[in-house]
Ligand binder design. Structure first.
Ligand SMILES: C[S@@+](CC[C@H](N)C(=O)[O-])C[C@H]1O[C@@H](n2cnc3c(N)ncnc32)[C@H](O)[C@@H]1O
Length: 228
């Protein structure tokens, strides 16, 4: 009799569609990884990642890297980490970092749900950003949504006391779901008040996906949470 396969594969919040990598992106990953990359088996990082202790911002799902690079150049005294599984986007980001001589960013390639628990020391992040996470609009795909209670609990563990989590989405129903999940995460509190969305902060750049959503007539929902 055949045994049923009891090993369940993790449900991913992304589909691995690498797309085409340009020669420049391939060169960047090969040559610049030693400078900007954090390997998935690295020692957990903390606020000493850049030597001197610094406030660290983590951007989960940095996409093409524009937001990460902009924020890092505007706040050179802070440290930034980006994570995304999409390699061409990571290659593009490394190129931008090299061209702009930015040295306060490190990049992880992979799944945040899988890698962050082991790569980031507890209570070491000052700010976490998740901007326009894939909305997975079909009901049967909702289980793929990144911002679920388990993920938020893990992020809460990585934030310092009074550290902040900032989220933005143009998907109204997902925004409501995130608000409820945050308010039921023991370590987090909605910074704007129960049931309230936040105003877009000045420091948050407008992202590529945000521009796309706005063109389609979507509203944008910002959510700000604080680590208790
Ligand atoms: C809709 S795009 C938004 C990109 C960018 N933040 C923006 O607003 O333009 C979502 C991004 O999240 C990334 N992503 C999806 N699941 C992820 C995960 N588990 N860990 C890290 N990044 C993830 C995707 O690869 C993609 O780049």
């Amino acid at each position: 009799m055949r045994q049923a396969n009891t090993k369940s594969r993790p449900v991913r919040s992304f589909v691995r569609r690498e797309g085409r990598m340009t020669t420049a992106q391939k060169r960047a990953l090969a040559d610049l990884w030693a400078i900007y990359g954090i390997d998935d088996d690295a020692t957990p990082v903390d606020e000493h990642l850049f030597g001197d202790p610094r406030d660290l911002t983590l951007e989960i799902g940095f996409g093409d890297g524009d937001t990460l690079v902009t924020m890092a150049s505007e706040e050179p005294e802070r440290g930034f980490i980006g994570i995304d599984p999409h390699r061409p986007g990571a290659g593009r980001t490394l190129l931008q970092l090299e061209r702009a001589s930015i040295d306060n960013v490190r990049v992880i390639i992979g799944d945040g749900a899988q890698l962050l628990p082991q790569l980031i020391t507890s209570a070491s992040l000052a700010r976490v950003l998740v901007l326009f996470p894939d909305p997975w609009p079909k009901k049967r795909h909702h289980k793929r949504r990144l911002l679920n209670p388990e993920f938020l609990q893990m992020i809460s563990d990585k934030l310092k006391p009074a550290g902040t989590l900032h989220i933005a989405t143009d998907w109204a129903e997902y925004a409501g779901e995130i608000l409820i999940a945050i308010e039921s995460t023991p370590g987090l509190v909605n910074a704007t008040g129960v049931g309230q969305f936040a105003i877009k902060p000045k420091w948050r750049p407008t992202t590529k996906y945000e521009r796309r959503g706005l063109k389609l007539g979507h509203s944008v929902f910002d959510i700000a949470a604080i680590r208790k």
